[in-house]
Write a protein that binds this ligand. Structure first.
Ligand code: PCA
Length: 200
């Protein structure tokens, strides 16, 4: 059976949990849409997140790479269209704060997602889950891992689907911070399963 590497992130900044960590642990080992899901959690560290992700790609040789991250404050499931060659962020979990640095010295400016993002958004909306394509993954770790994996696959000449999806805060995060729209974790999980189901 084909293998899907599904990654989430550990908690970061003042977020007590990261729903993407909980979801990848829940979906690890499941079969969804013809793919065996292998769930892994990444650190939120500028000098390590991509290395850990690429280590899993080398070890597992997946047929698709699907990374998830929390976008606290967004109120839709947002597949990212593009990742740019920039690290510029608030502090990561090690306290690093890069300013205007390239992810890959002399790398291309940007990479597009190779996930079926339009189909994912259309199907999510048909199933009653708010979704839209996002045209910026930011310049923090989510953008970093999407850029890094697309760069790696491009260099290897591997044309497998790979990209990133941001999800809203879960309900418990919105209890910690009442300004955040918070979704039930089960709804976010269901949305991720629907999106995976759109892979060929
Ligand atoms: N979201 C962050 C990094 C980790 C996560 O879950 C981001 O959007 O870059």
């Amino acid at each position: 059976m084909r293998k899907l590497l599904l990654t989430g992130f550990e908690p970061f900044l003042d977020h007590g949990v990261n729903p993407t960590e909980l979801i990848v642990k829940k979906l690890d080992g499941k079969t969804i849409g013809g793919y065996q899901v292998i769930g892994r959690v990444l650190p939120v560290e500028f000098d390590r997140s991509a290395e850990v992700l690429l280590g899993y790609v080398q070890e597992l040789e997946p047929d698709a790479v699907f990374s998830l991250g929390l976008a606290a404050g967004r109120d839709k499931i947002t597949p990212e269209r593009v990742a740019i060659n920039v690290n510029d962020g608030v502090r990561d979990n090690k306290g690093q704060v890069p300013v205007d640095e390239p992810i890959v010295e002399d790398g291309p400016d940007a990479y597009f997602s190779t996930l079926p993002i339009r189909k994912m958004v259309n199907t999510l909306k048909e199933r009653g889950i708010p979704a839209e394509i996002s045209n910026t993954a930011g310049t923090y770790l989510c953008n970093n891992v999407m850029y890094s994996v697309r760069h790696y696959l491009e260099k290897q000449g591997k044309s497998i689907p790979a990209g990133f999806i941001h999800v809203p805060a879960s309900f418990e995060l919105s209890v910690e911070n009442i300004r955040l729209p918070g979704w039930p974790l089960e709804t976010i999980r269901k949305a991720v399963e629907i999106a995976i189901g759109e892979l060929e």
